[in-house]
Design a protein around this ligand. Structure first.
Ligand SMILES: Nc1ncnc2c1ncn2[C@@H]1O[C@H](COP(=O)(O)OP(=O)(O)OP(=O)(O)O)[C@@H](O)[C@H]1O
Ligand SMILES: [Mg+2]
Length: 463
């Protein structure tokens, strides 16, 4: 591993070479110069983690060189070498911002110590800076964006409910920002110094979810080889985010209901009752009321979690946000990927606005990332958009070519004909295999079959 790059400015040949050799042994990359003037030149040409400079040198002396360095790059570290009887200059050097000074005659171990200290300091500082930058980047990514009326309402609700401990239910299609909203609520709440723990109830197999949520004691079931805390315990004092709560089994729904009502639970196989000081935010992309009506979701739990409902509209319902979000992602990805893709051309904006965005904000974010990765600079134009955007546009253009005569036309006939054409085309492409045709049109197979029947498209196609 490279240790760091050091510039040594010293007019005395013996001292300079000894110092260079000593530090090269420790793995540092060394550049040597014979006075301050050469030092300035080297400093302008290259980047150094540390500069070691003698005080008394011809042309430009050590103090002048130090001043130059500090004016050019305040953070660059400098160690000053001072001779006998120049203690005042050493003090001056420190006042001017030198990191340390070494007195002559040079002692090997003292030099090494001072250099190591300086280099570790420089490394720590640069790590710290990049960490801060990373955090800043993350924060800009985590920012909730939206100016449409419906999003303003959502922001309003977030402001109002954050400080309360009420349970919140966030509903919305996939990719509409449910998790981002949950995080915003947590970070605006008094619990923000404690963790927010997310559990995706739909992604964890049913038999594991209970132990994930509540933890278990050693020996509670086969495979429980040690005690384990569940997510409710890990979220103590903070927030638990129960994502896709609609997918939770009825047996677990009862247990979660108890935590909400009694604020208590036990680990699986445990006898100790644990108090749950946890705020619950749940999210779903299902219609939970319908799930209640169909007896897939407990009514009592629904009312307990639905204390404050937040509905996140689909992206297609907030057209005015599309461009704002696209530009926000463009700016972020430019920064992240060090690109310079300037703007979205007007025609491309029209395409973006006409697209139905089934994957919502996540789909838009992925699209902009893909384009920024593929492009270096210039504008985002229609050619950069995938075929599905062009298809939508074609459909629009085709339908706008239909003339409505004075006698009027039969709307249903036209629509039926259009659907029929699409279905026939997809069936042809899939060699008549209905499953494949349904996939091509993003339809369920049953929906496709229903349509074929309704539109009287003859059978004889392969199953
Ligand atoms: N209003 C917004 N402003 C900025 N970024 C957003 C916004 N809404 C969503 N995003 C971004 O879109 C992506 C999807 O958001 P998130 O994961 O919160 O959606 P979700 O509703 O939880 O989706 P799923 O149901 O698929 O889990 C994230 O990267 C998020 O940062
Ligand atoms: Mg989510």
């Amino acid at each position: 591993m490279e240790q760091g790059k050091i510039l040594i400015a010293e007019d005395n040949d013996l001292n300079r070479e000894t110092l260079a050799q000593l530090l090269a042994e420790d793995g540092y990359k060394i550049k040597t110069v014979v006075d301050g003037r050469e030092g300035i030149e080297a400093f302008l040409e290259d980047k150094f983690d540390l500069v070691i400079t003698d005080l008394r040198m011809p042309n430009v002396d050590g103090l002048e060189f130090l001043k130059y360095i500090k004016q050019t790059n305040r953070d660059n570290l400098v160690i000053m070498i001072t001779g006998h009887g120049t203690i005042n200059s050493a003090v001056e050097a420190m006042q001017l911002g030198a990191f340390d000074f070494i007195t002559k005659p040079i002692k090997d171990d003292l030099v090494k110590l001072s250099v190591n200290r300086a280099i570790s300091f420089a490394k720590l500082r640069s790590e710290n800076i990049s960490l801060k930058e990373h955090l800043k980047e993350k924060q800009t990514f985590d920012k909730l964006i939206g100016y449409s009326d419906c999003m303003k309402k959502v922001f309003d609700t977030i402001e109002k409910v954050s400080s309360s401990d009420s349970t919140i239910l966030i509903e919305g299609e996939s990719g509409t920002g449910k998790e981002l909203v949950a995080r915003a609520i947590h970070f605006k709440s008094d619990r923000n110094c404690q963790p927010m723990i997310a559990v995706n109830c739909g992604a964890i197999p049913e038999d594991l979810l209970e132990s994930e949520l509540f933890g278990h004691e050693k020996g509670a079931f086969t495979g429980a080889i040690r005690n384990r805390m569940g997510r409710f315990e890990l979220a103590q004092g903070g927030t638990i985010f129960l994502d896709e709560i609609g997918d939770m089994s009825p047996a677990l729904q009862v247990k979660v209901l108890r935590v909400i009502q009694e604020k208590q639970f036990e680990r699986i196989g445990g006898i100790k009752t644990i108090n749950a000081d946890v705020r619950i935010i749940a999210a779903t992309n299902q219609n939970l009321e319908k799930a209640v009506a169909e007896k897939r979701f407990r009514e009592d739990l629904f009312y307990r979690i639905n204390v404050i409902p937040i509905h996140l509209p689909a992206l297609r319902e907030r057209g005015s946000d599309i461009l704002i979000l696209a530009n926000h992602f463009l700016m972020n990805f430019n920064k992240l990927k060090k690109k310079n893709v300037k703007r979205i051309a007007n025609e491309a904006v029209t395409y973006l606005k006409q697209y139905p965005w089934p994957g919502n904000v996540r789909e838009l974010q992925n699209l902009i990332e893909m384009i920024v990765v593929m492009k270096e600079e210039g504008e985002i134009c229609v050619e950069d958009l995938p075929p599905k955007f062009h298809n939508i546009q074609k459909t629009r253009e085709n339908s706008s070519n239909i003339d409505i005569t004075d006698e009027g036309i039969n709307f249903n006939d036209y629509v039926n004909q259009f659907e029929k054409n699409l279905l026939m085309k997809a069936l042809k492409m899939s060699g008549g295999v209905k499953n494949r045709a349904a996939k091509l049109l993003s339809l369920n197979r049953t929906t496709l079959v229903e349509k074929l029947k309704r539109l009287d498209i003859g059978d004889g196609w392969v199953e």
